[in-house]
Design a protein around this ligand. Structure first.
Ligand code: OAD
Length: 236
């Protein structure tokens, strides 16, 4: 991997980048869904059926953010953001706020954010209060009890797709970090980037479902491999 020659980078991150911070991944043995079926907490149907269960699930995850901190992989991507003079877009599937707490700015949350709430009455996205279970009012329309977690559930459209697709079409380096490659459309980004001629690199604990689509793969802990890759790219 040589830093010289690349102009535009897209980095996709998943739950694996936050694992060493203590945020459980989705499909590991300590998976977040443990004790809950995905369809009971992460679909619009689940929210209609049992809003109290879904609100309590996300309230607990929001509260857990206060007990975790960015790890060296988040720090390295924030350093890349600060020092890379070419184009960069960090696309995270994660709903935690560890990239921004590390200092990354050129980033988007494609699956929403725990710290955001969405008003079902007026559609306004707003900073989430500590808990949504108790039916707080919307800051825009004042409707009570209509705020839901601003999380993209199964069957819903991810955020920022136009911007992401434009960045994938223009990038010459695509790097996927800590994602199992099980959930589309993110799992298909590698093929999109390749189609437009980008070099593609996977950094993951073990081979992802789409590992064969990548030009290059490095398997191990993100907290070690991501800082090393960023150093290489910045030619330290
Ligand atoms: P997964 O839990 O499916 O995959 C996490 C990946 O990270 C796995 O391949 C692990 O091997 C890897 N991993 C674990 N620890 C790691 C470490 N220390 N360093 C590097 N890699 C490590 O999580 P995602 O791929 O992010 O969607 O899941 C995608 C989406 O599925 C999530 O955004 C979520 C879920 O449904 C929504 O909530 C909408």
């Amino acid at each position: 991997m040589r830093g010289a020659g690349f102009q535009s980078i897209v980095v996709l991150t998943g739950a694996g980048i936050s694992a060493e911070s203590g945020v459980p991944t989705f499909r590991g043995p300590d998976g977040l869904w443990e004790g809950h079926r995905v369809e009971d907490v992460a679909t619009p149907q689940a929210f209609r059926r049992d809003p109290a269960l879904v609100q309590a699930f996300y309230d607990a995850r929001r509260a857990a953010l206060a007990r975790v901190a960015p790890n060296p992989a988040h720090d390295a991507l924030a350093r890349l953001d600060a020092e890379w003079s070419g184009n960069l877009l960090i696309v995270t599937q994660n709903v935690d706020d560890l990239h921004e707490r590390a200092g990354a700015a050129r980033m988007v949350h494609m699956h929403g954010e725990l710290k955001s709430a969405l008003c079902l009455a007026c559609g306004e996205r707003q900073e989430a209060p500590e808990t949504l279970s108790d039916g707080p009012a919307c800051t825009r329309c004042a409707a009570h009890g209509r705020l839901r977690p601003d999380i993209v559930w199964f069957g819903e459209m991810p955020y920022h797709m136009d911007r992401i697709e434009a960045a994938l079409a223009a990038c010459d380096l695509f790097v996927s970090i800590g994602t199992s490659g099980a959930v589309y459309p993110a799992a298909g980004f590698v093929q999109g980037a390749r189609h437009y001629g980008a070099h593609t690199l996977e950094i993951n604990l073990d081979p992802s479902e789409g590992t064969h689509f990548f030009d290059e793969a490095r398997h191990g802990r993100a907290g070690e491999l991501v800082p090393a890759w960023v150093d290489e790219l910045l030619q330290r």
